[in-house]
Ligand binder design. Sequence first.
Ligand code: ADP
Length: 402
Amino acid sequence: MDKILAVNSGSSSLKFKLFEMPSEKVLAAGLTERIAIEGSLTTIKYGDGQVYRSKEPISNHAVAVEKMMKLLLDLHIINDYQEITGVGHRVVAGGEYFAKSALVTERVIEKIKKITELAPLHNPANLVGIKVFKQLLPEACSVVVFDTAFHQTMPEKNFLYSIPYEWYEKLGVRRYGAHGTSHRYVALEAAKLMQRPLKELKLVTCHLGAGSSLCAIKEGHSYDTSMGFTPLTGITMATRSGDVDVSLIAFLMNKLHINSIDQMIYALNTKSGLLGISGLSSDMRDILEVAHTNHRAQLAIDIFVKDIVKYIGQYYFEMGGLDGIVFTAGIGENSSVIRQKVMDELAFMGVKADKTANEDLKGSRIISQATSKMTIMCIPTNEELMIARDVMTLKKKNLKSK
Ligand code: ADP
């Protein structure tokens, strides 16, 4: 039996889940928010519904990790650090270096540093997390799991932009995608629900959260995805614009007297999407609540649904068919209304929704009727579990090679 930590160090947060493997039982889940910001908050859920909360200031990531680890002992979740035999770290950008998760070595760290430009807020925080855990748990198997790795199987025709090829060769400008661990996890679960080998399936997985992306999965591999060089593109998101004509940037900077390109990109990242269209909120729950009397809220929903349908259509043609569609993440898992709207739009293709399964049931399930031409599923994502599984796989391989 192993105890494996799945760690997600964000720019101002530290999240973890501790799993008992191979049973995949969650022993504890923790979150430190507002690191280095006033009002730091640490929460740990463990045991049978116990919750620990503290509001002590946390000055940096190293302090957050040390505090979390000490709490695991103090709350008797573990008796000794050595019980933790593996740590998996989520890393946002893996560039073209990483098509799979990897054991942490000096060379791996160097490569992650080299591609910091692709995720300037996230990769440095990830690196601090890796270093501090290595100091505290020197014996544990340390693994990095990349958001972009799953998409490295995309063919050139799908990851290249139609710009000078040298820009790709010299600068690495291409579509990298995101949410890869989530797309990979729900695809595996979808194959189980459909009781068919993943290798035989053509799927579109819709990760619909505050950030949203769709992925075309052919024979178990990412074939195309809606996010691009950065997570700004693709479908309309909570505050991100998704796809826009890039010429808008020069036009808007001129008209709105925006002097810096960073400020312009910032507006596309934070003031656009559902928030920009509705003028009300970035939260789909708020928008759904008022949509029946508010034109712009309704419009935000219509654009969001249209974007999802547009990409599903694109991937249907790119893959030459489609066996299943998966909804996951905050909106995908929780909003039966959005799922129903997408299924209604696809009725002409033979999609038949199962209203009871869509509205009344919870957890991983099929939400289309048996006679539906495509199987539509709602599957809660579990990136942390995927990370813990990768740690176990690499740990075993590492032992064998010794
Ligand atoms: P993140 O991208 O931050 O990981 P999540 O996957 O947690 O995001 O999704 C957060 C989003 O999920 C929120 O913006 C919220 O609007 C949406 N959401 C959560 N519950 C519901 C619900 N019941 N109906 C509609 N949207 C929901």
